[in-house]
Design a protein around this ligand. Sequence first.
Ligand code: GLA
Length: 388
Amino acid sequence: MVNLDILIDKFRRHYAKPPRIFSAPGRVNLIGEHTDYNEGFVLPIAIDRRTYVGAAVNDSRVVRVQSLDLNEDSSFSLDQRDGLDTQKWPKWLAYIASVAFELQNRGINLSGADLMISSDVPIGAGLSSSAALEISVAAALLALCNESLDTTDLALTAQKAEHAYVGTLCGIMDQLTVTAAQKSYALLIDCRSLEVKHIDLNLPETTVVICNTNVKHELASSAYNQRRQECEDAVRILRRYLPTISALRDVNLGELKEHANELPDVLYRRARHIITENARTLEAAMALTDGDVEKLGRLMSSSHASLRDDYDVSSAELDLMVELAGSCEGVLGARMTGGGFGGCTVNLVRSDMVESFSRFITDQYRAQTGIEPIIYAVETDDGVKEMK
Ligand code: GLA
């Protein structure tokens, strides 16, 4: 947990002035995986783990930043318009600077700023620690120069910064969840129109539990981009027969099956995942609206099978986590969440069984892999905001 009094106190002592405090949440996706860059549907929630930014203007063109978690200081000039040399910059700083540069590329004239950052979003676990950092910093920098962007433009700006710096051609889900979330609600996002529908997270006596495999695969970024390319290749081939389509969002399962022979097996499976996952996501949104947690759980479990078998983005550790959850009493559904190749699973667990679930998963996962997992029971939270 981040202690705001400590953050404020340290800010005052370090920069000799009081800060304004901005924060943005991490997110977990309930269902709708790898559908965002196929112009489909996703159903994430923002979680009650946040990145906090203390911020005040300074009278220079420099942004000074201190990371309390890493115990590191750094700075960059707002006039350094020639882009980032990502090799030389610490990663956390490059995220911050690329957001600042993208805001300026939109024509916003930022002021120099003093920032102090502290977060309890797990880093590199697939819970969008990067989007939480980008969006909380963007909100702070905008507010300090009396500017604002609506939730969609803020998300698009941070996504652009991420494309430019990380090189992962991510979709819009993470950034848009972090800007548009509301406590108590899941977000059904139409990733074509960017329309966000807030759906009451109506899960009686059920808790969302995240299991972190504590395994990260270095190839995740290139494999992610490869999946994106495969989807585009599938669309190019299918368009010969279905000339009106522009994304896999536009294809139904019947049409895919009809043209199965025209696609190499890998592309067929990739497309089948996207098409069935979009359908599952819309069904899940309906199940959520009806308070049908059993159905939501079943859809989550089918989503995992499709990500594992058709989309090939799971890992041995994620499969083990999901398998263990499946053998545990009180679990309604379990699946990998986020980009995959490591990171976390998301589980729907009967609230009175959360403790025994956590113990079981921790013991079994440790015994079978030698790795210590981390289990977080989470609640929904608000999107980016200034703390009052
Ligand atoms: C990552 C990306 C998102 C999305 C997911 C997979 O989190 O940042 O845009 O594509 O993977 O659903």
